[in-house]
Design a protein around this ligand. Structure first.
Ligand code: HEM
Length: 182
């Protein structure tokens, strides 16, 4: 049966999923530079979430994101830094206690676990980000703690990721314009 949490966050999931930057990534259209910029934002979010122990130790993403970032840098892609929208969300996460962060843990780790297995085949990197040891146990550890009362907080997280996708798209379009005028 579908949880109330999934049902009442489904609209924001649909909006996030269909954001142009996410669609480009899902269609395999991002170059290494644009994907590196995306990973920089993910690193900021996951490092904030990983300041406290997670429901399962194999959920930890920071080392795998760093591995992918180093791979892209070794290929010549250059870091563009954390976007203001990401800093705003990171600061918000850092203002929450460990238990108040759990709705955001649900959001970001299930996003990578579910969408990630296809995403791994589409991104211009080896995609260590999407590789989980103990995959089933990781999912179960989140499923066991998720609560329907998290709706508002999860929707806040979706709003943040939607803003970040918009900012990544704006940077991408700006970069394309500069290249076209060069
Ligand atoms: C290309 C983009 C995406 C695709 C194709 C996608 C697809 C899916 C699918 C098929 C499920 C259902 C899995 C199942 O119930 O067995 C799912 C669940 C989920 N997705 Fe996404 N997703 C995408 C992007 C995102 C994004 C950007 C986020 C948030 C950062 C997100 C967060 C979640 C969460 C939290 C769930 C679990 C919902 C629940 O069952 O409680 N997804 N996704």
């Amino acid at each position: 049966m579908q949880s109330l949490l999934k049902e009442q966050t489904a609209e924001k999931h649909r909006i996030a999923e269909r954001k142009p930057f996410n669609m480009r990534m899902f269609k395999g259209e991002l170059n290494q530079q644009a994907y590196l910029h995306y990973l920089e934002q993910q690193l900021a979010i996951f490092s904030a979430l990983e300041q406290y122990p997670l429901p399962h130790s194999s959920l930890n993403r920071t080392p795998s994101i760093l591995q992918d970032i180093h791979e892209l840098e070794a290929n010549g892609a250059v870091k563009k830094g954390e976007l203001p929208a990401t800093t705003t969300y990171k600061n918000y996460l850092n203002s929450l206690t460990a238990s108040e962060r759990l709705p955001h843990v649900y959001l970001h780790y299930l996003a990578i676990a579910y969408g990630g297995q296809i995403m791994k085949t589409k991104v211009p990197s080896k995609g260590h980000f999407y590789d989980f040891n103990n995959f089933e146990a990781c999912i179960v550890s989140i499923r066991q703690i998720q609560k329907d009362s998290w709706v508002n907080e999860v929707n806040k997280g979706y709003d943040a990721i939607i803003d970040i996708f918009d900012a990544l798209e704006a940077t991408l379009l700006e970069t394309t314009k500069i290249i076209e005028h060069a």
